[in-house]
Design a protein around this ligand. Structure first.
Ligand code: ADP
Length: 158
């Protein structure tokens, strides 16, 4: 059986914390799909194309990772694309409640798909897309927080 995992999120924009999870998760499966959520209720700063472009640039050296967009229910996408595992990152207790609820609901909807949590590396445990946008808005240094292309896009946007 080929193990296909999916790492879904808004990635508005991708950060080094996301990239760390992508690299670590890619070693646990044959193929990893980084999936940009289309029907998010969140208001995003970047368009889908921009977000995908930033991710593609950051993962270009990872052979078994690709980027896709998805809309609708994540578990339906998983069933249609033979995905066996959902990867999520946990930074702090504050992530846990929401992530647990999502994982349990997804398992109720489709029990063939497991959710796997990877804990954030300590150096990225404070990092989120929102905090990076705040820093960029006030012209702070974001070079060590996001991949190169995301840094360019953020500087351009603000
Ligand atoms: P969502 O809108 O689905 O929360 P995000 O793009 O904010 O999407 O995050 C996608 C996933 O990556 C979530 O599981 C989130 O907890 C995780 N994540 C976000 N930032 C980090 C980080 N710095 N380290 C580890 N995981 C992270």
């Amino acid at each position: 059986m080929t193990n296909i995992a999916i790492y879904p999120g808004s990635f508005d924009p991708i950060t080094n914390g996301h990239l760390d999870i992508i690299k670590r998760a890619s070693k646990l499966c044959d193929k990893l799909i980084v999936a940009v959520l289309v029907n998010s209720s969140k208001k995003n700063l970047f368009t889908f194309d921009e977000r995908i472009h930033m991710i593609e640039d950051a993962i270009s050296d990872l052979d078994n990772v690709c980027v896709k967009t998805f809309s609708g229910l994540l578990v339906d996408y998983c069933t249609e694309n033979n995905v066996n595992a959902i990867i999520r990152g946990l930074r702090a207790v504050s992530d846990f409640e929401y992530e647990l609820q999502m994982a349990q609901m997804n398992r109720k909807l489709e029990d063939n798909v497991e959710t796997i949590f990877l804990t954030a590396s300590t150096k990225y445990s404070f990092l989120s897309s929102s905090i990076v946008k705040e820093i960029a808005r006030y012209k702070g240094n974001i070079e060590e927080l996001v991949p190169k292309k995301a840094c360019e896009y953020l500087v351009e946007k603000f």
